[in-house]
Design a protein around this ligand. Sequence first.
Ligand SMILES: C[S@@+](CC[C@H](N)C(=O)[O-])C[C@H]1O[C@@H](n2cnc3c(N)ncnc32)[C@H](O)[C@@H]1O
Length: 353
Amino acid sequence: MSGTSQQRTAQLLSRQAVACRELGSPLYGDLLAHAAADLLAGGPTADVLAGHLDYRPGSALALRLLGGAHALALSGMAPELAAWYPSTGGTVDPEPASPQAWAALRQTLADHGEAVRSWLDRPPQTNEVGRAAALLGGLMHIAAEADLPIRLVEIGASAGLNLRADRFQVPGDAGRYGDPGSPVVLTSGWQGDPPPSVSIEVVERTGGDVAPIDPLSGHGRLTLTAYVWPDQTDRLARLRGALAIAARVPADLRAESASATLARTELEPGTWTVVWHSIVRQYLDEQQRAELAEGVAALGEAATDSARFAYIYLEQSRAGGCLVPLTTWPVGHRRVLGSAPAHGLPVHWRPQN
Ligand SMILES: C[S@@+](CC[C@H](N)C(=O)[O-])C[C@H]1O[C@@H](n2cnc3c(N)ncnc32)[C@H](O)[C@@H]1O
């Protein structure tokens, strides 16, 4: 292991520590700062990461490492670490810089190095349930335009949890939606001008992903949970609620590319077909983006007053943050409904004329 690549990787861990802190995980901020120092000191972090130091900066090596350790805590194999993770009922380390949580993670890396290493070869993959707040508002605008049943199609759907968005609830003053008994509560999900107060009926749920995760399998559930940061208990509660809904509300999720999902999408009379994606565009190359735009345009051209088509997404904008544009056909009316952070909550709805 060369000193230079070790130093570069330690810098990556330190940068990720800062990002985690900024994104609301002080625990991961502390743990990654310790891990960076441990890597340079030749501790268990160095042993686990040996052979993986050439990963490119965008590979999120730090989150692969922590995802593997979190999976061990979640599955009962690292009780000493679970004791310091709120996701597993543990205590938040009360001391500055979380020394006890770090000691437990360091021991876990020393004891279960091979198990953690098996998580280094795959990119972290989440399914962010909070992003459904944007989709739901869009669906309400769509239903207000024409009160027809909705066939929901999701591109890059991960585990397809947001294909069940209509079963979630958004409480609050800026409009409210859903069954107050739903286990997915999108708290403060909507701000600004609320979406129209209409009911929506989803009659079909289908989607695709190049690496779909089965939300009904133990391994799929563990994978999704392991990549949520253990002190982000709101995100975990949303995920666990959505997994419970997925167990009773089926959705057709296929292993396929974005263009393949679009290619098999056809409009049906008497319905809205709604294509949706969130935080997927950045993973598509230029050709895939062009195919996405062509596929959407072709569906728009095929739309009629009866067989309607809508396209809504939540994607990063050049100006920062994410926009929520909606286009509806047969007219091809495009408007930006609002904006949201990358994790989806809250959506700031703009006034619509
Ligand atoms: C950041 S995740 C977002 C997942 C989900 N849309 C959400 O908001 O939670 C990006 C997803 O895009 C998928 N993906 C990447 N390239 C793809 C492609 N060419 N076609 C379909 N899915 C793709 C990944 O497997 C991953 O599940």
